[in-house]
Ligand binder design. Sequence first.
Ligand code: SAH
Length: 277
Amino acid sequence: MTPPPNRAAGRLSISASLKPRELMTDTPRLKDAWSVRVLTLFPEAFPGTLGLSLTGKALEQGIWALETIDLRPFGQGRHKNVDDTPAGGGAGMVLRADVLGQALDMAAIGTPADRARWPVIYLSPRGKPFDQSMAQDWAKADGLTLLCGRFEGVDQRVIDHYAVQEVSLGDFVLTGGEIAAQALIDATVRLIPRVLGNHQSTQEESFSEGLLEHPQYTKPAVWEGHDIPEVLLSGHHGQISSWRKAMAERLTKERRPDLWRAYCAAHNRDPDEDQEL
Ligand code: SAH
């Protein structure tokens, strides 16, 4: 007879049904494929838009892998409670440290302890604002663990104990971390080689060179009386590329003085110089 699972001494016995599962595809994942593990109360929100188009195709092909870890089975008692009222009072509920701790322990199974190779991130409005350079770093890692909050957020002790990095999508408050996680995964996964067919396009787009992208046009050549800028139809690659560069600089200077100053500092330029256009 098989002995019953050992629940003695408060040790977590992980049941098979709690194993992180390869959720989103039947295709065996390629060895060492970039992987993301998402801890959420709403696994059904995934893959969401990540299952579409180029990211979806790459997911199907096993170029990257997505696993969700449902927080609910880690809940306490008959009702599997995952949250409780805030210590000190106040509105709303907070995700419990014990529940999240068990889920994070499971998410860590088989991942490198080196956080540079496998960052552990909590999506949070208090976090460091997400940007392209973070996506570039993470695309080079082996994978990521993402914790999606709900309600008022998570018990601070979990963030401290696991040295979780907090990352924000921007200065606004979402209802939960799932949409933020999907945005972060999308921006990161598209930088993994082979996810976008034409890798060149990730080098020229907004932010990659510290500038916003130039405007884009396509057919028809005249639409509602509006022409495409002549230079783009000229066939002069040199002129086209200087026009694009100048437009990118002008847009960045007008719309994002913060990016413009950083760009000028990096290129030894005077941010107040007049631009010839
Ligand atoms: N009480 C918190 C907000 C909680 S919102 C506060 O004032 O800071 C609920 C969850 O949504 C958070 O736990 C977080 O995971 C997610 N979330 C909300 N806004 C976000 C943002 N700007 N970026 C990333 N995640 C966010």
